[in-house]
Every structure is written in structure tokens, then in C-alpha cells.
Design a protein around this ligand. Structure first.
Ligand SMILES: CC(C)(COP(=O)(O)OP(=O)(O)OC[C@H]1O[C@@H](n2cnc3c(N)ncnc32)[C@H](O)[C@@H]1OP(=O)(O)O)[C@@H](O)C(=O)NCCC(=O)NCCS
Length: 197
């Protein structure tokens, strides 16, 4: 068992594998995934991380997970945990796989990991113009707790559809937080024990 096989219908569910059909699965990031992750990163992030930043995160022992179908990386996310706090450091879905629930599934999984780490609160930062991510985070119970002015460099973006709140090449970050509730994630918490890599 190297990962959790996902049902397309449920955030927390998993199904048995149908013969000949590769199911989407959550598993830990492997070094061989990093090139694909970096390619996706360059497509979806205005200021993409370099491969070395992902490698550093894995070296630090942060939780790095991908959703894969076969060898194809469809989504990735990284969570760090310390002193009863966790931080979502990055989360992204390959453009052609967006709006299929993968971002929500991976984020839910990472929240389960945070709970397993003993965290009480999960924090993240998001560009104020990133409406898709803001909607996702609000949907999973994150609340806005502050802003960091001019936090992000503002480069051109391949999926440009953003216009508001941009100041002189910089963009504000919205800081969001979610208090973890055991009942909400207990099922996921159980599943995360199945993870072996
Ligand atoms: C943000 C992101 C991770 C969402 O992933 P996704 O798999 O497309 O999202 P999901 O299909 O799981 O959607 C879950 C919820 O998020 C919200 N959402 C996702 N995409 C949205 C969009 N384009 N517009 C508005 N809401 C959106 C919705 O509330 C959605 O729930 P619904 O389907 O019931 O309406 C994805 O758009 C992405 O990778 N963006 C580029 C990278 C990025 O911005 N990462 C986050 C900041 S680091």
C-alpha cells in the first residue's frame, strides 16, 4: 500500500481499483515527481517555486503529497507542522484537472495530516486576487484573519484574470486560519494512517 485511492465522488472516500483503469491516488511526493510538479508550478503560479524549494521542503520533513493518476501528477501540496500549528505552504492543481474536486481533496487530506500532527490551527497565505483559491479555502472553513501588504511580487500570469487590489507591481496577501475540529476530520485521520510512503 503506497497511497490512498480516491473516489471521484467523495472527499474522504476511496474505492478499489478497477482492472485496467488507473485511479487517482494520494501519495507522498517522490523525487521523480519534482520535474512534473515544477512544470505545473510554472503554469499556475505567478512566482513559481524553483525545484530546490520543493527539495528543501522534503528535506525538512514537511508533508508533501501529490494526487497522481498512474505516473501523471495532477495536484500537489505541502504542509509544515510545528508547535500545534500547521501551515499550508503550497497547493496547486494541473490546469486541465482543475474544477474536478482535486484541490479540495488534497487540501482536506493535508488538514487530516495537520490534525494527526496535533495541530489545533492551520494557517495559509493567499494572493488577494486569487478568487479560486479564496473560494476553496472559505469552503473548507478557513477565515480571513489579516493581510500582509505588498507581500507578493506581481509578475505576469499565464492564466491572467486578476485585476483588483494590485499596487505598483506588488500584491497583498490575505492570511487565513482554520481551527481543526476532530469530528470534521476523524475519517480522514483514520485514512491517513494507511499511508506508508
Ligand atoms: C485553487 C486551486 C488549487 C483549486 O483547485 P481545484 O481542484 O480546481 O478546485 P476544486 O475543484 O477542488 O474546487 C473546490 C472549491 O473551490 C472553489 N473553486 C475552485 N476553483 C474555482 C474557480 N475557478 N472559481 C471560483 N471558485 C473556485 C469552489 O468553491 C469549489 O467548490 P465547488 O466546486 O463546489 O464550487 C486551483 O485553481 C489551482 O491550482 N490554482 C493555481 C494555484 C493556486 O492558486 N494555488 C493556491 C494558492 S497557493
Amino acid at each position: 500500500m503506497v497511497g490512498i485511492i480516491l473516489s471521484s465522488r467523495s472527499v474522504y472516500g476511496y474505492t478499489s481499483q478497477v482492472a485496467g483503469v488507473e485511479k487517482e491516488m494520494i501519495r507522498a511526493i517522490r523525487p521523480a515527481d519534482l520535474e512534473q510538479i515544477h512544470r505545473i508550478e510554472q503554469q499556475v503560479q505567478p512566482n513559481p517555486w524553483k525545484i530546490g524549494m520543493f527539495q528543501d521542503c522534503l528535506r525538512m520533513g514537511y508533508h508533501g503529497y501529490v494526487i497522481v493518476q498512474g505516473d501523471d501528477v495532477q495536484a500537489y501540496g505541502i504542509l509544515s507542522s510545528a508547535a500545534q500549528e500547521s501551515h499550508i505552504l503550497t497547493l496547486a492543481v494541473e490546469p486541465s484537472c482543475q474544477r474536478r474536486g482535486l484541490g479540495q481533496k488534497l487540501l482536506s487530506f493535508l488538514l487530516g495530516k495537520a490534525m494527526k500532527d496535533g495541530s489545533e490551527t492551520v494557517f495559509l497565505e493567499v494572493r488577494c486576487s486569487n478568487l479560486a483559491a479564496l473560494q476553496l479555502y472559505r469552503k473548507l472553513g478557513f477565515n480571513e484573519i489579516g493581510t500582509r501588504k505588498n507581500y507578493y511580487a506581481r509578475d505576469s500570469h499565464p492564466l491572467e484574470s486578476r485585476s483588483n487590489a494590485l499596487r505598483g507591481g506588488r500584491e497583498d496577501a490575505i492570511v487565513m486560519a482554520k481551527t481543526l475540529l476532530y469530528n470534521e476530520f476523524s475519517r480522514l485521520h483514520e485514512l491517513s494512517f494507511l499511508q506508508t510512503s
